[in-house]
Ligand binder design. Structure first.
Ligand code: ZN
Length: 509
């Protein structure tokens, strides 16, 4: 019971006593005496009432200032009553409060009363009870391809008090079954307010099968010839061989010139579709003059032209250059596309007096023999590069596989046409009439030396086929022995130049 209530109760009791006394006195017959008593009683009552009214203390309610949410206000209002009146607005709060920072603040509450200043000490508590916001970017459902891992689409947590607390998010994985799991995100701010979210992950199959076309995907058939549909195979990473399910569309009419498209389509059980196309060109074979072979008899008798294909390589080419330098022999390099270290070797070979010949930017038969245009651009692309590296305009070439190759048979007649076209365009192409066998049957240096020395002839020009690709270390052992054999047996060594008569095979396609 508050002090004010005791005062009010005391006053009420006194009033009742006074009234009872008054009634008793009114029943007494001696009137003079009665009025005296009444006045005395009323006086006493008024005195007591006045005193108690004066000393009454204000009633200040501090419970409400115990939990003030941080950042929500900038002024404290303390509810107070005095003499039955609301004096909330008269209460002064003395003390420094930072409404933007949680914590306890000691303050003094002051209120003016009839008998002076009334003071009361109080604690103000600034609290944070708002949980942080937790946002899942990309939604709460996530489809994960079985082929890839889970890639977090993004999660963010902003707290009203701690600001960005994304780095405090804790994640846990909850397995459900083979194809489902949850990722649980939990966050707690510095005041212990928590938030939680769940991302539901479903593992899906969105990887299409892979179609592999049998035979060539870009090919030429001679007008009036036959097109044999070789089909395709399909493999799905998850479902295995789906070749049976391939749907083939399109056909080739070899009696009509044109470009035909065969489409192969297949879907796995989840509806992931793969499509591949085969382009078949039906073309009238252009009539080119028959191409003669050149055996070397038109060239300088007893000369050996050493040639190296498929380089440059960083491990073999420099050593070949060292050997040639030591023996003072010039040779010819039929090169492929090269990188930075290869460029240094091309420059070195050129500066040391060797001939840089063009084998091709790419060696891939399926690509370069697709069409005349494809072959020519494979030549000019490397020709431009050699010119940029050395300033030399290379026009001496060698067909990948040689002019007599049959690897180009998917494009009937292409080699005959190219042999004509290359000469028409001012190029020379060289095959070989001495095969060291280093890219085929010759398994070691002895065999290479044997192959070469047996085939050399004094009565013609000799073009010797060797390779300087990186795995061909046997050539390093064979080369000095071949050179020594040549010198000892009265041969002369030279590099191929623009004036060297061509040594060629007869095309087989
Ligand atoms: Zn080659």
């Amino acid at each position: 019971m508050g002090i004010n209530n005791i005062i009010y109760l005391t006053e009420a009791i006194l009033l009742v006593i006074a009234l009872i006394a008054l009634i008793i006195l009114l029943k007494i017959k001696h009137k003079k005496i009665i009025w005296k008593y009444i006045l005395v009683l009323l006086g006493i009552f008024l005195c007591i009432f006045s005193i108690t009214f004066i000393i009454e203390r204000p009633e200040i309610k501090t419970e409400q200032i115990n939990n003030i949410e941080v950042k929500t206000q900038n002024k404290i209002t303390v509810p107070a009553k005095y003499h039955f009146q609301d004096v909330t607005n008269n209460v002064k709060v003395i003390g420094n409060i930072d409404f933007n920072t949680t914590g306890d603040y000691d303050v003094s509450l002051e209120l003016d009363t009839w008998i002076g200043k009334y003071k009361k000490q109080a604690k103000i508590k600034i609290v944070d009870t708002t949980p942080p916001e937790l946002t899942l970017e990309g939604g709460e459902e996530y489809n994960q391809s079985y082929a890839n891992g889970f890639e977090e689409p993004g999660v963010k947590s902003i707290d009203n008090y701690d600001s960005d607390i994304t780095d405090k998010i804790k994640t846990t994985k909850e397995e459900i079954d083979e194809n489902h799991y949850n990722i649980k995100y939990e966050i707690e701010d510095s005041s212990g307010n928590k938030a939680e979210k769940i991302r539901k992950v479903t593992i899906i199959d969105n990887i299409p099968p892979v179609i592999d076309i049998k035979g060539f995907s870009n090919m030429t058939v001679v007008l009036g010839g036959t097109y044999e549909e070789k089909g395709a195979t399909a493999v799905d990473e998850k479902e295995g061989d789906l070749s049976d399910k391939i749907v083939t569309e399109g056909s080739v009419d070899t009696s009509k010139e044109g470009t035909y498209k065969i489409t192969y389509k297949v879907s796995d059980s989840k509806g992931n579709e793969a499509v591949k196309e085969r382009i078949v060109n039906v073309k009238q074979q252009l009539v080119y003059s028959e191409v003669e072979a050149h055996s070397g008899s038109e060239g300088q008798a007893g000369v050996i032209y050493l040639t190296f294909d498929d380089g440059p390589s960083t491990n073999i080419t420099p050593k070949i250059l060292d050997i040639l330098k030591e023996k003072n022999v010039k040779a010819t390099f039929f090169i492929l596309n090269y990188g930075e270290t290869g460029e240094e070797l091309v420059k070195r070979a050129y500066n040391e007096g060797h001939t840089i010949g063009i084998h091709g930017y790419s060696h891939d038969y399926k690509t370069i023999y697709t069409s005349e245009e494809a072959y020519l651009s494979n030549i000019t692309k490397l020709q431009d590069k050699i010119k940029e590296s050395t300033g030399y305009n290379a026009t001496i070439t060698r067909f990948p596989g040689g002019s007599s190759n049959t690897v180009s048979s998917f494009n009937p007649g292409i080699m005959t046409r190219l042999c004509n076209i290359m000469v028409e365009r001012g190029y020379k192409y060289f095959d070989w009439n001495v095969d060291s066998g280093d890219a085929g049957g010759a398994r070691n240096a002895d065999k290479m030396v044997d192959n070469v020395t047996k085939s050399l002839s004094k009565s013609r020009a000799n073009v010797v086929l060797m390779h300087d690709f990186s795995s061909n270390s046997k050539v390093l052992d064979a080369l000095p022995r071949i050179i020594d054999f040549g010198i000892e047996n009265g041969y002369r060594f030279s590099n191929i130049t623009e004036n060297t008569p061509m040594v060629t095979h007869r095309p087989n396609n």
